[in-house]
Ligand binder design. Structure first.
Ligand SMILES: *Cc1c(COP(=O)(O)O)cnc(C)c1O
Length: 360
């Protein structure tokens, strides 16, 4: 069996240990005589799975007691609508920082429901930096400020959160979930789809401060009402049981490795290998300003489209797959999420160095 190094932005690699455990438990989950794919979401055995998953989430992310952890569906994109429906409920205003496609889409969705505005944007330089803001930039009456913490397509991340004064901060963390510790108490809501760093596509995890709940608009579809989901412990309807189970295995894997501090160290080490190479290479260069570089998504280019295409092709043939950059940036992008082993990055860099030599 030859496994490739998958640098996809998502869905992405899962830890091999997790896949093996899931395979071993596939036909008979812990003596239940059934697969997790087959069992009732109301059964005792599944109840233990979802409760353990939540418990591990709380422990690993150090989530305060006054936050709910919800396991939902529809991907991050569905939350783009659920967020204004649930939280744009005071002044009907919300402030968005536009740092890329995902924030832009979230803003467009919010505009359908109220007075959502872009407070700052880095569109002028193809989203290659995080725009600076101060508390004075935000409307103190806004119901919330919205950010995308790690910008998957462009490879930027907030190293420091914007100061929003008393306005609740909501963050999409889809592509940096569980990659390093975050202080959940600084946010009113933290949410993300699973398929970058947590589990296969299909479960979306929303961590919501309790005082935010209970004021959804009357027109909010029941399935998008966070209070309904919270009151039913994410079991209002059939949840994505299998994905929740894989989430549990991934959380156990993180715990085993030593938690999020260790994960951060590992991720910093991996990213440094790649960024150091990009900074020293004459052929490849990173596209993001150094101070806003993401640990998870690393876009880079050569100065020729032809060379980019040749590199992507040869890399694919050598077992480094999905390195093509997003069409809006071009070039290449290596997504190096939690499950990418260090040797995957080391081998990629060795391959890039060789390619540079051969094509100089
Ligand atoms: C992938 C991604 C999304 C979209 O996620 P879906 O689950 O496909 O809706 C949204 N935001 C960010 C930051 C992402 O990386």
């Amino acid at each position: 069996m030859a496994r490739v190094y998958n640098f996809s932005a998502g869905p992405s690699m899962l830890p091999e240990e997790v896949l093996k455990k899931a395979a071993a438990e596939m036909l008979d989950y812990q003596g239940s005589g059934q697969s997790v794919m087959e069992m009732s979401h109301r059964s005792k055995v599944f109840d233990a799975i979802i409760k353990d998953t939540e418990k591990l989430f709380r422990e690993i992310m150090n989530i305060p007691e006054n936050y709910k952890v919800l396991f939902l569906q529809g991907g991050a994109s569905t939350q783009f609508a659920a967020i204004p429906l649930n939280f744009m409920n005071g002044s009907g205003k919300a402030d968005y920082i536009v740092t890329g496609q995902w924030a832009k889409k979230a803003l467009a969705e919010a505009k359908k429901y109220g007075d959502a505005r872009a407070v700052a944007s880095s569109a002028d330089k193809t989203f290659s930096y995080i725009p600076k803001t101060t508390a004075a930039d935000f409307d103190p009456e806004a119901d919330y400020v919205y950010i995308c913490l790690n910008n998957t397509i462009y490879g930027t991340v907030y190293h420091e959160l914007p100061d929003t004064g008393n306005v609740p901060l909501i963050a999409d963390v889809s592509s940096c979930f569980l990659s390093e510790p975050i202080d959940v108490s600084k946010f009113a809501v933290v949410y993300g789809g699973a398929q970058k760093n947590v589990a296969p596509a299909g479960v979306t995890i929303c961590i919501i401060r309790e005082d935010m709940l209970g004021n959804a608009r009357d027109i909010t579809p029941t399935m998008l009402d966070y209070k309904v989901m919270a009151d039913n412990d994410s079991l209002y309807n059939t949840p994505p049981c299998w994905n929740i189970y894989i989430t549990k295995l991934v959380l156990e894997w993180i715990k085993e490795l030593g938690g999020l501090e260790k994960m951060k160290e590992r991720n910093e080490k991996k990213a440094k290998i790649l960024y150091d190479f990009l900074d020293s290479s004459k052929m490849f260069k990173g596209t993001v300003v150094a101070e806003d570089r993401s640990l998870m998504n690393v876009p880079f280019v050569t100065d020729s489209e032809e060379l980019n295409a040749k590199f992507i092709k040869e890399a694919t043939d050598a077992g480094f797959i999905n390195l093509k950059g997003h069409r809006s940036v071009g070039g290449m992008r290596a997504s190096i999420y939690n499950a990418m082993p260090i040797e995957g990055v080391e081998k990629l860099v060795a391959f890039m160095a060789k390619f540079e030599q051969e094509n100089a």
